[in-house]
Design a protein around this ligand. Structure first.
Ligand code: MEV
Length: 396
């Protein structure tokens, strides 16, 4: 067991195309965001394991000796299969979760305990740890906050338990793990996501782990060349939604109307492929016509997602406001509120952009201009960590 403090971070994501369809085996294109989740793991010897999540007001502590006495043999099958509903119920008992475990704070605690008990069970004794996680990502907004949380947790616990080496180099601000270690991190991050979302495709944890711009289909990942010209405005409608519920609603629509919904999913797949092809061309020789193609793809996909039943009045409003400025938007992630993306053409004048952002703020939305293709899960040297992040992890 390592004795040093570990500081890790993982990015959130936006899905350009393929949300929901990816759950049914289709292609998704996703990019890592420059908004990150940070985790500090501090080993100690006070016989407790403590979890602090300042963003959602969670502060929990368990006696390691008590956890050690619990029968957690139900976790033995490890990383091979999704936790069953029965396992989740047992874990809630172990966690002493009496309130509604389906709320974000309950799910975050469950995912932590699942990863802690599963990853650390190979140690002679469960370790005493203090873990704080703080995020720049809003929760429940489709930006992959739970995947970034699970990836950070998996990476820190695997490193602390020496299941993977600590890649940190002296005098370097951020280091990354070797490919085989990232694969293990991704596998465990997926299990954490399953605790939170039930039946996720795995695209969110893949982006948090690998970073960059990637194509994801049925667990297979490949990387796209980064089109330097692509700028995106990210808008949070602040309408809360549940990914689990929205994914389940698409599944039931598919079961109810297979002949109507299957072609929609096939068409979304074709949109992702066309977008991938266009981004490939743009990486070589960007031209204004490429933007026209990307805008048409955005519009078509937004209509498809509405037909799948995952739209929302707030997202329609986002599309209308940006269209009034000649720009095209679609929901990103699970929909039902949450976030949308707007493609910013390079010819867009700054005053026009500012006017549009003001109009979106007037609707009660938050927006950020984002740079895409951020690095995946990383480990940081404390000396180089941004003071604001250090302060957020240290708490008031
Ligand atoms: C959520 O970020 C994306 C969905 O496609 C769900 C998933 O892929 O697990 C809606």
């Amino acid at each position: 067991m390592l004795s040093e403090v570990l500081l890790v971070s993982a990015p959130g994501k936006v899905i350009l195309h393929g949300e929901h369809a990816v759950v049914h085996g289709k292609v998704a294109l996703a990019v890592a965001l420059n908004l990150r989740t940070f985790l500090r793991l501090q080993p100690h010897s006070n016989g407790k394991v403590c979890l602090n999540l300042p963003n959602i007001g969670v502060k929990r502590a368990w006696d390691v000796a008590e956890l050690q006495l619990q029968d957690t043999s139900f976790l033995e099958q490890g990383d091979a299969t999704a936790p069953t509903a029965e396992q989740v119920e047992k874990l809630k008992e172990v966690a002493g979760i009496t309130q509604d475990g389906a709320k974000p704070d309950g799910l975050a605690v469950l995912a932590f305990l699942y990863l802690y008990l599963s990853i650390c069970r190979k140690q002679r004794a469960l370790p005493s740890l203090d873990i704080t996680v703080w995020s720049q990502l809003p929760t429940g907004a489709s930006l992959g906050s739970s995947a970034a949380y699970s990836a950070c947790m998996a990476a820190a616990l695997l490193t602390a338990c020496e299941e993977i080496p600590n890649p940190q180099k002296d005098g370097v601000s951020a280091s990354r793990w070797a490919v085989e270690d990232l694969e293990l991190i991704n596998k465990w991050a997926f299990q954490g996501e399953r605790m939170i979302h039930g039946n996720p495709s795995g695209v969110d944890n893949a982006v948090s782990t690998w970073g960059g711009v990637l194509r994801f289909q049925q667990g297979k990942i490949s990387f796209l060349e980064r089109p330097l010209v692509l700028k995106i405005l990210l808008t949070n409608t602040k309408v809360p939604r549940s990914t689990k519920t929205l994914v389940a609603s698409v599944r039931s629509r598919l079961l109810k109307f297979p002949e109507i919904v299957t072609p929609l999913l096939t068409s979304i797949n074709a949109i992702s492929l066309e977008c991938e092809r266009t981004l490939g061309e743009m990486a070589v020789a960007p031209a204004p016509e490429h933007y026209l193609v990307l805008e048409e793809l955005i519009d078509m996909n937004q209509h498809h997602l509405n037909a799948l039943g995952v739209g929302h009045a707030s997202l329609d409003q986002l599309c209308r406001v940006t269209m009034a400025h000649g720009l095209h938007s679609k929901l990103t992630g699970a929909g039902g509120g949450g976030c949308g993306i707007t493609l910013l053409r390079p010819d867009l004048e700054q005053p026009e952009l500012e006017a549009m952002k003001q109009a979106l703020n007037d609707c009660g939305f938050d927006c950020w201009e984002t740079s895409i293709g951020a690095p995946g899960i990383s480990i940081h040297s404390a000396a180089f960590l941004d003071p604001s992040v250090r302060q957020a992890l240290d708490g008031p």
